[in-house]
Structure formats: C-alpha cells, structure tokens
Design a protein around this ligand. Structure first.
Ligand SMILES: Cc1ncc(COP(=O)(O)O)c(C=O)c1O
Length: 338
C-alpha cells in the first residue's frame, strides 16, 4: 500500500515545472515560516548516545501543562506515533475524520483495523461513534479544513470510549498556535485511553528536526516507548526540542505574529476572489471549483500551494518575509489576467 501524498515536495515540483528549487515560494505546508531559531549545539549532543532520563519528559510536561501522572513521551515526529499506535491494539473498528490528515487511516488499515470514515460535519450533532468504535482518531484542529469542536464534546467522547476500553487519539499537531484548544491542560492527558499527539514541526517550524510528543496514560505511554525502542529520538533533536519548548517568550511572540499574518492572508486571498472557509493560524483553507487552474497557474510562477480533490480545495501556508508576501500577491494578480 503506497502512502498518502503530502505538501512540501519541492524537489518533485522543481522537476515537474522545470523551476530550480531555490526559486520556489513553498506555501504547500502549514509549517511556521519563521521557526524557532536553533542555536549551535554542544559537541557532546552529537557525540554521545541520547539518554531517556535527560529531563525532556518534564520539559514536555511543563510546556503542555500535563499532570505528573501523565506519560510524556518524546517521539521522532508525531508521525512516529501515528505509525506505531495502531500496532499496540488488537484489530478493531477505528473512526478517522474525513477530510483529514491521511496518514492516520493509512496506518490503522495497515495494522489490520477496520477504518471507518467519519464526516467532519456530522461531529457537531449527537453521534454514536464513541459507543460503536474501539478507537476514535480526531485531528484538532483539522488539517486541512481547520475544523474544531468544543473541548467539552471531545471530553465526552473520551469518557464514552473509556467505558468500554476504547481510545481517543487526538492529533493536536496544529493546536499550539490556537488558544483554548488543547485537551492536555484541562483534561489532564493521564486518563485511561486518552492519547494526545503534539508536534514541533508546525508552530515551532522545526519540521526537519523530526520531534514531537505524546501525552497519554502511563500504560499506553509505556507500550509506545517500548515499541519505539532505545534512542528513537536523536540527541540533537532531544536537546533542540527541550530548548524550544522552554522558550515561552518566543512562543508568545510567534502566536501573536501568526494571528496577524493569517488574518492578513485571508484579506489578500479574498481580494483575488479566494474565500477562506477556515484553517488554522498556520494555513488557510479555500474550497474552490477550479483548484487545478489556480494551483497550476501559481506553480508556473514558482508558488507551490496544496491542492485537494475530495472535496476540491486549496490550502495556503503563510509567507514569511515582505518579499514573499509581494511574490504571492504578484502571482495571484497574474492569475487574474491569464
Ligand atoms: C495533522 C498532522 N498530524 C501529524 C503530522 C506529522 O507531523 P510531524 O511528524 O512532523 O510531527 C502532520 C504533518 O503534516 C499533520 O499534518
């Protein structure tokens, strides 16, 4: 089974459109374009084997606001948890939101579970999902639509799943830039069967570091750590992750800037007839009937955006510099005159 496609495939775009990689403006992901500034790392971080008891778990706990009883497991990107969790349960019925980040369904199916698509729009109504499923995966906020639910609803879902030994797997990869979304601080993340995934690849802009965290109950935490094995996260990733998570000043400033920039992107897109229906502070989602014409028209000018077919929509990441904002504006305006 080949895996789902993703944004950020700049080398493929360069080949397809015959434009060198260095000339692209890549808006095809939801990665913060002004990421946390990684300092030079001490030599020992490269040279020594990473050790589990280096205090990173507690740094994650403090940053996420999780209680002492929760497991805080560093992972080499939340992707590592997405592909490992399905093998920690016997095959069962697993609900996956649609549309949504497709890696979840891919891996649960690969591990032999029955994957049941859950339409996003139905989630605000009374649903029987938590009573009927063994595992409910929810991406919160959703990628690509940005759809969110009231945290209380997610808490209720978790309680109903936990009654029969089910899991709620909450993918909070894009939650850092939003306020009041994460279930970790209020619900505790130590409850049986609650599994929360966090990522340093989005808000922190450190996608290449391959670092993330899972906050969960101690039993699932132990099973996940055992399945990942020793040294799953490199020494440089552990060290850089701890520094970034502890830098709350940078986090406050970044959240403010992303709020401003995502509002600015909405205004810019709407000037060119592209109506944003939602998204997060890291990307904006534009349902549109002519996605191919727009995405290809932008790609011809070296601007890469993400195109979705079901339903047809475009996703725009944020430009990072004044020059990039000007480039996007010029490319959109050239589209109009095509
Ligand atoms: C919703 C969502 N979850 C998880 C991931 C995996 O991110 P990472 O492995 O970099 O933490 C992605 C990556 O695009 C994503 O969009």
């Amino acid at each position: 089974m080949t895996g789902p496609e993703h944004g950020g495939r700049l080398n493929a775009a360069a080949r397809q459109w015959d434009i060198p990689v260095s000339r692209w403006l890549d808006l095809s992901t939801g990665i913060n374009p002004i990421g946390w500034p990684m300092p030079e790392l001490p030599a020992r971080v490269w040279q020594r084997l990473p050790e589990d008891d280096d205090g990173l778990g507690d740094v994650i706990r403090q940053w996420a606001g999780a209680p002492a009883s929760a497991a805080c497991v560093p992972v080499p990107g939340s992707q590592a948890a997405i592909k490992t969790l399905p093998f920690l349960r016997p095959p069962g019925r697993v609900g996956i939101p649609e549309p949504g980040y497709r890696e979840h369904g891919h891996w649960w199916a690969l591990a032999g579970h029955e994957v049941i698509p859950l339409p996003l729009e139905a989630a605000t109504e009374a649903v029987a999902w938590p009573d009927q499923l063994d595992v409910l995966v929810w991406i919160h906020p959703n990628n690509p639509t940005g759809f969110t639910l009231a945290p209380d609803r997610l808490r209720q879902w978790h309680e109903r799943l936990a009654v029969h030994g089910g899991w709620l797997v909450l993918d909070e990869a894009f939650a850092d830039a939003e306020t009041g979304i994460s279930l970790v601080a209020d619900t505790g993340a130590d409850r049986p069967g609650l599994v929360v995934l966090r990522s340093l690849g989005k808000f922190f802009g450190l996608a290449g570091l391959r670092a993330g965290a899972v906050l969960t109950d101690p039993q699932i935490g132990r099973a996940l750590s055992d399945a990942l094995g020793p040294w799953a996260l490199s020494g440089p990733a552990r060290h850089g992750m701890a520094l970034a998570l502890a830098d709350s000043d940078w986090q406050r400033r970044a959240a403010r800037r992303l709020a401003r920039d995502s509002a600015r992107l909405d205004k810019l897109l709407s000037r060119f007839g592209l109506t944003v229906s939602g998204g997060t502070r890291l990307f904006r989602y534009v349902p549109h009937a002519h996605t191919e014409r727009i995405a290809d028209g932008l790609a011809r000018q070296g601007v890469l955006v993400r195109r979705f077919d079901r339903p047809p929509a475009l996703r725009f990441g944020l430009p990072g510099t004044p020059e990039q904002w000007r480039r996007l504006e010029a490319a959109l305006s050239a589209l109009e005159s095509d």
